[in-house]
Design a protein around this ligand. Structure first.
Ligand SMILES: *Cc1c(COP(=O)(O)O)cnc(C)c1O
Length: 397
C-alpha cells in the first residue's frame, strides 16, 4: 500500500480534506477508495502474527478492530474534526456507548444536557444507571447549571448543539471552561453540524461523537458512528471496541467515504434550504413559533453564528393546536417523507413527542419542551418552494 495521507498537509481546506484525506492505495493503484470485505488478514510468518497481536508491528489483524476501508474513514473524519484519532463504530449510539464504557466505571457521574437525543437519554438514565453510573440532566443553555451539578464523582459532561428538536445552542467554550476547572471530560455530539459547520475540539471539547448515519452518509443508506479526540483519550475507547466489537463494517465505511466527498456542498445546500423554509414558516398564520438558529428571532442567534458557520439543516416549529393539528401537517404531505431519520437528501418530517421522544417519560418530555404541537423538519435538497408547498397543504387545512 502506498500511504498518501501525507498529502494532507498540502490540502487544508475542509472540502479538499473531505475528498482526499485518509486515502490508502493498494498495489493496484485504484483511484477510488477500495472496499476491503475480509474478516481477517494473512501474516507472512508466525513471528509477524505475534508482533502484530502485541502491537509491536502496525498492520491489519482482524476486521473487528482493523480494516483498511474503515481506517480510511477514520483518518478522513479525524482530519476534518482536527482530531488526533477517530474510532469508527457500528452506529451513533454505539459511539456514545463506547465512549462511556471506555471512560466510566461504577460510581461515576455524568452531567448531560436535558435536550439530547432520546436514545441517549435512555442510555444514560436507564442502562448506565443499572451499572452504577448516575446522570444529572441540566439545561442546555444555562452554563451555571453545569457548574452546580458537578460533584466529586463527575467524570463526563455530554451535550448536543444545536439540540434535537428545539435547536437550543449550548455554549461549547463556556461549558468547556467549567469542565476544565473540574477535570471533567467534555463530550460533544456533533451530528447536526458536522465538522463543516462546527469544530467542537477547537472550542475546547475533549471528545466528539458522530452518528455517521445522518449527514456523513447524507443519503439515508447505512448506520455508523465515530468517537474522536486525542490519542490518549481514544486509547480506552479503542480497547473497548477491539474487545466488545461494536464495529463499523467495511461496506458502511466505504459508503461514508463517498458521502463525505460531497459533505461541504450538501451542508451548504441543506443550510440555505432550511433558512428559506424557516423564514417562510415564520410568516404562516397557523405557525406559533419557529425554532432555527439561523433566524434572528432565535434566542441564541448570536452565539449560534459565532460557534457554527450556518444555522444547519434542522428546523422545528409549533403549530396552532395540539397533536391533531401537528399530525394533519404530516399526513397532508406528498413529497416530504414521514420518517425519523435526518440528514438525508430527502426532506423528512417527524412528530417528536410520539416518535423520537416517545420512550422517555412525560415528565422528561415536558422538561425538554417536546410539546404535542411540535414538528421537526430535516430539510433536504429539494427546491425550497416545493417543500413549502408540501407543508402549506396541512397548515392551511
Ligand atoms: C441519530 C442520532 C444519534 C444516534 O445515532 P444512530 O446512528 O442512529 O445510532 C445520536 N445523536 C444524534 C444527535 C442523532 O441525531
Amino acid at each position: 500500500m502506498s500511504d498518501q495521507s501525507n498529502q494532507v498537509e498540502y490540502f487544508c481546506q475542509p472540502e479538499t480534506l473531505a475528498v482526499h484525506a485518509g486515502i490508502k492505495r493498494s498495489q493496484f493503484n485504484e483511484h477510488s477508495e477500495a472496499m476491503y470485505l475480509t474478516s481477517s488478514f494473512v501474516f507472512d510468518s508466525a513471528a509477524q502474527a505475534a508482533a502484530r497481536f502485541i502491537g509491536e508491528e502496525p498492520g491489519n489483524i482482524y476486521s473487528r478492530f482493523t480494516n483498511p476501508t474503515v481506517s480510511m474513514f477514520e483518518e478522513r473524519l479525524a482530519e476534518l474534526e482536527g482530531a488526533e484519532q477517530c474510532v469508527a463504530t457500528a452506529s451513533g449510539m454505539s459511539a456514545i456507548l463506547a465512549c462511556c464504557m471506555g471512560w466510566l466505571k461504577s460510581g461515576d457521574h455524568i452531567v448531560a444536557s436535558r435536550s439530547i437525543f432520546g436514545s441517549t437519554v435512555n442510555l444514560f438514565g436507564t442502562i448506565l444507571k443499572r451499572f452504577g453510573v448516575d446522570t444529572t440532566f441540566v439545561s442546555a443553555t444555562d452554563v451555571s447549571e453545569w457548574e452546580t451539578a458537578v460533584c466529586s464523582a463527575t467524570r463526563l459532561f455530554f451535550l448536543e448543539t444545536p439540540s434535537n428538536p428545539l435547536t437550543e445552542i449550548s455554549d461549547i467554550a463556556g461549558i468547556a471552561a467549567v469542565a476544565k476547572r473540574h477535570s471533567v471530560l467534555l463530550v460533544v455530539d456533533n451530528c447536526f453540524c458536522t465538522p463543516i459547520l462546527q469544530l467542537p475540539l477547537k472550542l475546547g471539547a475533549d471528545i466528539v461523537i458522530h452518528s455517521a448515519t445522518k449527514y456523513l452518509d447524507g443519503q439515508g443508506r447505512v448506520l455508523g458512528g465515530a468517537v474522536l479526540g486525542s490519542r490518549k483519550l481514544m486509547e480506552p475507547v479503542y480497547h473497548f471496541l477491539r474487545t466488545a466489537g461494536p464495529t463499523m463494517s467495511a461496506f458502511n465505511a466505504w459508503i461514508f467515504l463517498k458521502g463525505m466527498e460531497t459533505l461541504k456542498i450538501r451542508m451548504d445546500a441543506h443550510s440555505a434550504n432550511a433558512l428559506s423554509v424557516a423564514q417562510w414558516l415564520e410568516k404562516q398564520p397557523n405557525v406559533l413559533r419557529v425554532y432555527y438558529p439561523g433566524l434572528a428571532s432565535h434566542p441564541q442567534h448570536e452565539l449560534a453564528m459565532r460557534q457554527q458557520k450556518t444555522g444547519g439543516g434542522i428546523v422545528s416549529f409549533a403549530v396552532k393546536g395540539g397533536r391533531e393539528e401537528a399530525w394533519r401537517v404530516i399526513d397532508s404531505t406528498r413529497i416530504v417523507s414521514i420518517t425519523a431519520n435526518l440528514g438525508d437528501t430527502k426532506t423528512t418530517l417527524t412528530h417528536p413527542a410520539t416518535t423520537t421522544h416517545a420512550r422517555i417519560t412525560q415528565e422528561a418530555r415536558d422538561a425538554a419542551g417536546i410539546t404535542e404541537n411540535l414538528l421537526r423538519i430535516a430539510v433536504g435538497l429539494e427546491a425550497p418552494c416545493d417543500i413549502q408547498a408540501d407543508l402549506a397543504r396541512g397548515l392551511q387545512a
